[in-house]
Design a protein around this ligand. Structure first.
Ligand code: CA2
Length: 147
């Protein structure tokens, strides 16, 4: 059984592909899940792909990942801009690799999206590359695991 990378998705990402395609593209979250499962398999890993609209659930999943996951890829959605709780949770699971992903280029959008609470606690961050950000993040986790 390959090690699982937790791929965690925050609020409203369940609506992907159904609204605002000009910002977030046409791909649904389920299609992103499939792409992640394929990429993880090719890297000798498994993908445990989840979405929630609740901040505390994301915090619980980060803690759970520390119990044996190979790493975390997280699109925290809007909680990325606001959640000190998620920042603290991610700091607490170090040195587990954690890669923050945003589909859109948060730095090219409204000022309130320019700040990430997660980035200072994460291993790295990818934004603006659309769904490819998720599979690139999986490659980064795999590279970290190989040292
Ligand atoms: O670019 C990203 O991936 C974001 O994390 C997406 C969040 C946004 O709050 C962040 O600033 C950047 C929004 C999640 C998706 O929201 C949707 C809203 C309507 C239709 C489709 C998706």
């Amino acid at each position: 059984m390959p090690s699982a990378v937790y791929i965690l998705n925050g609020p409203n990402l369940n609506a992907l592909g159904r609204r605002e395609p000009s910002i977030y593209g046409a791909m649904t979250l389920d299609a992103i899940r499939q792409a992640c499962e394929e990429k993880a398999g090719a890297l000798g890993l498994a993908a445990d792909f989840r979405q929630t609209n609740h901040e505390g659930v994301l915090v619980d999943w980060v803690h759970e990942a520390a119990e044996g996951a190979a790493g975390i890829v997280i699109n925290p959605g809007a909680y990325g801009h606001t959640s000190i709780a998620l920042h603290d949770a991610i700091r607490a699971v170090a040195p587990l690799p954690v890669v923050e992903v945003h589909l859109s280029n948060i730095h090219a959008r409204e000022a309130f999206r320019h700040v990430s609470m997660i980035a200072p606690a994460a291993t790295g961050m990818i934004c603006g590359l659309g769904p490819a950000g998720y599979t690139l993040a999986l490659e980064a986790v795999a590279a970290r695991l190989q040292g």
